[in-house]
Ligand binder design. Structure first.
Ligand SMILES: C[S@@+](CC[C@H](N)C(=O)[O-])C[C@H]1O[C@@H](n2cnc3c(N)ncnc32)[C@H](O)[C@@H]1O
Length: 314
């Protein structure tokens, strides 16, 4: 299974985890195991690796790819959402871990081979669930949400300036017949956007709408926030957190959370002295997010928006 991050960012992300033989690490977004494999290499002998993915295809792949490490480390592969990591670790009777990696979003497998309508370039059912056990598909959202809710999704998650026009076009099209496939939706979006804009945009007019729907279907921002609310309780002292994000909203959530936990005190800045008593709980390891260099972007254009942030528990 291929992925969107190639070697340099991948190595940089794992380096932030400071992996040591005998210690315990979590990859909450296994995907095709590009990061997982390097982590497993670095923690043998005697380490413990817990890999999580909400897509059962990724777990099946990981069982094969990581099998060679099974006699050197303790390996746990869990089909589930990283927002529930607390439960998974407590089931394994693990109280704290030494590092957690999240490489957020979808994998190239989702775009290219899953058959679930993540790409507007393919004719596939409009599904977009990373976990096919989840209830709501993209088709459910597109055909069942009000035009106002769709507009909000396109505007907030897609930062789409024609969100209103597109939502109205979707509502008009589905009155004729339900919208079932990725290409049908892409065509409706293309027609809804003023021709001048569609031609001048560097990306396909449906790019932002597809990204927005995917974020909504998988509740990507909510699960990230749920994870962050528990992350520090799961980490040992000097445990590391490393995030790779692809979307500016995700990156903003991670950045603001890291900054808040690194500052501690939440009193208004005009208070003469601290009354909240909150102490810093994190040390920031990346003042500015690490970005792929021009060479990496040239080799892999999909990596262009990747940002890496890392922090250490105090
Ligand atoms: C960008 S890919 C990860 C690629 C991986 N780091 C690699 O090296 O191959 C993201 C993966 O995380 C999974 N994923 C996304 N959000 C998740 C969540 N909330 N819980 C569990 N898995 C998630 C997706 O199913 C996908 O397989």
């Amino acid at each position: 299974m291929p992925y969107h991050h190639i070697t340099a960012m991948r190595d940089a992300a794992v380096a932030q985890l400071n992996c040591r033989p005998g210690k315990t690490y979590v990859d909450g977004t296994l995907g095709g195991c590009g990061h997982a494999r390097i982590i497993c290499e670095q923690i043998r002998p005697g380490g413990r690796f817990i890999g999580v993915d909400q897509d059962s295809d990724a777990i099946a792949n990981a069982r094969t790819v990581l099998a060679p490490y099974e006699d050197q480390i303790a390996l746990e592969l869990i089909h589930g959402n990283f927002s529930r990591l607390t439960d998974y670790l407590s089931q394994l009777k693990i109280t704290t871990v030494d590092g957690i990696l999240l490489d957020l979003g979808i994998s190239l497998h989702h775009l290219q081979n899953s058959g679930r309508g993540f790409s507007f370039q393919r004719e596939e059912p409009l599904d977009m669930r990373m976990n096919v056990g989840d209830e709501q598909t993209a088709a459910d959202l597109v055909n069942g949400s009000s035009a106002a809710d769709l507009e909000k999704i396109f505007r907030e998650y897609g930062e789409e300036r024609y969100a209103g026009r597109i939502a109205r076009a979707v509502a008009a099209a589905r009155r004729q017949a339900p919208i079932r496939t990725s290409r049908e939706l892409a065509a409706i979006v293309s027609r809804a956007i003023p021709r001048r804009s569609a031609v001048s945009q560097a990306i396909h007019p449906a790019t932002r709408v597809f990204m927005a729907l995917r974020i909504a279907v998988n509740r990507e921002l909510e699960v990230l926030q749920q994870f962050l609310a528990t992350a520090l309780d799961l980490l040992a002292r000097q445990g590391r957190l490393c995030f790779l994000s692809f979307h500016s909203l995700e990156d903003r959530i991670v950045k603001q959370w890291i900054n808040r936990e690194a500052k501690g005190c939440t009193c208004p800045s005009d208070f003469p002295q601290c009354t909240c008593g909150r102490q810093p709980r994190l040390r920031i390891l990346t003042r500015k997010p690490l970005r792929p260099d021009a060479g990496e972007v040239a080799r892999n254009p999909m990596a262009r928006s990747t940002r890496l942030r890392a922090a250490e528990k105090l």
